[in-house]
Design a protein around this ligand. Structure first.
Ligand code: BJW
Ligand code: ZN
Length: 256
């Protein structure tokens, strides 16, 4: 069940100039990408903490590649949902809008968002662990088993951030700066347990942002948030978009 968005928040949101949307796996759930955790999480067989690490990759590259090849195929076949599309529209509605994502599925760009800070990489890219050469998905998905570099024979891995690895520095710096200057910060479809990404909503709130969480289930962030919009992002984000457009057009009619 999705509760209506309070009108008072919509008025605040429509006036805001500096808005940040921070997304997690839940935003892509309605497109058919399984989440890692939460009620919808279906990677029950594989815990990310067990597979998304360099030590798992060194120990059993076949198993890790089986997981990623499977996910690459799912992602290639699905489409962005109304939540992604609403976020792409927000980029045009607010003078300073930042979209920060933990997702690696590229669905934000595919739905039209142009500036996206990808904190955990992108599953459409791959690189050789030995010489760094980049490889496209078309090449790696043709390989049977573990893809190898045709230049140096090294093992190819997906260009994503595993546990214990640093986040891409520039994307992180830009995200932190956006969070610290946000007036409204939306934390959407994330369980908020993976750091340092999960610190962004807290940094934003500490710097004065109005913190809104969108999720069908409560998370560790819920008690800290100024507003918890309980429900699916594919329903709530289009409702936010519609609310902003309605308020702005009423205001512009009032000014005529
Ligand atoms: C809906 C919905 C709908 C459903 N609408 N919502 C102890 C304490 C603190 C930190 C650490 C610690 N020990 C280790 C650490 C650090 C570690 C960490 O945070 N671990 C915690 C798990 C404890 N972090 C790291 O290692 C990071 N690096 C780092 O810290 O570098 C510094 C360092 C360097 C050297 C040594 C040590 C440290 C890197 C983290 C990398 C995370 N990588 C992954 C995999 C990426 C590649 C891949 O996808 O395969 O990123 S793990 C996985 O979790 C993925 C996600 O981006 C990330 C977050 O998950 P997310 O998006 O929140 O998804 P879910 O499934 O958890 O939640 C979905 C939510 O959606 C749920 O709440 C649902 O209710 C909701 N939902 N349907 C809206 N329709
Ligand atoms: Zn190589």
């Amino acid at each position: 069940m999705t509760a209506p968005v309070p009108e008072e928040f919509l008025r605040r949101f429509a006036r805001a100039e500096r808005v940040v949307a921070f997304t997690g796996a839940g935003v892509s759930a309605e497109s058919g990408v399984p989440t890692f955790r939460g009620a919808e999480g279906i990677w029950k067989k594989f815990k990310p903490e067990e597979l998304a690490t360099m030590s798992a990759f060194l120990r059993s590259p076949e198993l890790v590649w089986e997981w990623y090849s499977h996910r690459k195929r799912i992602i290639a076949e699905i489409e962005p949902n109304p939540g992604h599309h609403a976020l792409a529209r927000f980029e045009h509605l607010f003078p300073h809008f930042a979209l920060i994502t933990q997702n690696i599925d590229n669905l934000h760009r595919r739905s039209g968002s142009r500036t996206v800070y990808e904190l955990h990489g992108n599953i459409e890219r791959n690189y050789c662990v030995k010489c760094g050469a980049p490889f496209s998905n078309a090449v790696v998905l043709r390989a049977s088993g573990v893809p190898r570099c045709d230049r140096c024979g090294g093992t190819v891995r997906p260009d994503v951030v595993w546990f214990g690895e640093s986040l891409p520095e520039e994307q992180w710096d830009l995200s932190l700066r956006a969070a610290q200057s946000a007036e409204v910060f939306l934390s959407i479809g994330t369980s908020g347990v993976v750091y340092p990404a999960a610190s962004l909503p807290l940094q934003a709130k500490r710097s004065g942002a109005y913190l809104v969480e969108i999720n069908p289930e409560p998370t560790p962030l819920t008690d800290v948030a100024d507003l918890f919009l309980q429900g699916r992002s594919g329903e709530i984000l289009p409702a936010l978009l519609e609310g902003v457009e309605r308020i702005r057009s009423a205001e512009s009619r009032g000014m005529e």
